[in-house]
Design a protein around this ligand. Structure first.
Ligand SMILES: *Cc1c(COP(=O)(O)O)cnc(C)c1O
Length: 362
């Protein structure tokens, strides 16, 4: 009756992944749940509702995302990881119990000048080596002191973000070097700390501190280059699936799809499936990108087009129109697909478009 492309969202798995992330941290460490970018494409409101009873706070990128959660009745504190962009956000944050990252001097002046009905907790971002946002380590301590002195500030937490926590042998700055710069910034201060993303909280115990900020592991994907989703005992948060809508045998020498990228070298049973780059499946997928049909591993053949793509059904017993196709999820690790698309699982999840309905009942 309708197009079979669907993203099944496994809320129980997301909750289990959160509890796993929390279980590796000391009891005093608080784990907020990062649900920015529509909970990495899983649906922020539904995911936040499932996690609400377990988490002390949520984190999103910006006030628009935080307001969406409030409108849906989520009442936990929400940290805005990218901070505020314009000072008119400040009174709303004070009213709604949003906490904000502060990354630049001009924001301190804007907070000082604001008229707020309640003081706001702030997270001062230290640029410990990522060089995107934040105060230089030599200046961050003073920024914290200046903020602590303001009536509009309820509390100050120091935060930083790691450039290479996910790689075993980084080409650039490592976690240890970034931690040293945080320690320098924090000298003589009496404040809380939040530094760990998913990768750091799994691999670097010294980063767990007061607050950890797991994102990708909640959605069941390994952030580590040396570990799979399965070896970390994570469970997939999303299964992207569809069905075979047509089949044909393509003879040797004949090609499939745009650009004739795939050329058959033997009679090949081609399955056309209802999934394409307009659904968020990457057009970058190379020949042989893994996919599962009726539970059996097979491969993408030919270029991904906007609404359709083609997979190899040769030798899969019983495969035909109506066969279930899993693009990633329980059988196909999203990290493996990402590696064939020159990207990361974060990009796959956040890229699933509005055309694909999310099914929360499975
Ligand atoms: C997105 C984000 C996180 C979560 O990162 P993961 O790698 O998904 O765990 C943590 N901290 C900040 C500042 C972020 O922007």
């Amino acid at each position: 009756m309708s197009r079979p492309a669907v993203a099944r969202i496994h809320l129980d798995n997301i909750v289990a992944n959160y509890l796993l992330a929390k279980s590796v941290c000391p009891a005093a460490t608080q784990a907020l749940a990062v649900v920015k970018a529509d909970a990495y494409g899983h649906g922020a409101v539904v995911v936040a509702k499932a996690l609400a009873e377990h988490v002390p706070a949520f984190a999103v990128a910006c006030i628009e995302e935080a307001l969406e959660l409030r409108a849906a009745g989520i009442d936990k504190p929400i940290v805005l990881l990218e901070g505020f962009f314009t000072p008119d956000e400040l009174p709303i944050m004070a009213e709604q119990n949003f906490w904000t990252a502060v990354h630049s001097q001009f924001q301190i002046e804007q907070i000082a000048a604001a008229e707020l009905k309640a003081p706001i907790p702030v997270w001062v971002k230290v640029d410990s080596g990522m060089h995107r946002l934040g105060f230089a380590p030599e200046l961050a301590g003073q920024a914290c002191k200046d903020l602590q002195a303001l009536d509009n500030v309820a509390s100050v937490t120091m935060m930083t973000h790691f450039a290479n926590a996910d790689v075993t042998d980084p080409a650039g700055i490592d976690v240890e070097q970034q931690m040293k710069r945080v320690a320098l910034a924090a000298e003589g201060l009496d404040i809380g700390f939040s530094v760990a993303n998913s990768a750091a909280l799994l691999t670097a115990p010294q980063t767990r501190l007061d607050w950890v900020r797991p994102g990708i592991i909640l959605y069941g994907s390994s952030p580590l280059d040396q570990q799979t989703t399965e070896s970390l005992q994570l469970k997939p948060g999303m299964t992207l699936e569809t069905k075979v809508i047509a089949t044909r045998v393509v003879e040797p020498g004949e090609s499939v799809g745009y650009g004739s990228r795939f050329v058959a070298d033997k009679p090949t049973l081609v399955g056309t499936i209802a999934m394409g780059y307009a659904d968020g499946y990457p057009r970058q997928a190379v020949e042989g990108t893994p996919v599962a049909v009726d539970g059996k591993m097979t491969r993408v053949i030919g270029r991904v087009s906007m609404d359709m793509m083609t997979v190899d059904l040769t030798g899969i017993e019983g495969a035909g129109v109506g066969s279930r196709v899993e693009l990633w999820g329980e059988q196909v690790d999203a990290n493996l697909v990402a590696a064939h698309c020159d990207t990361i699982s974060y990009h796959l999840f956040t890229g699933v478009t509005r055309r694909v309905p999310r099914d929360y009942n499975s």
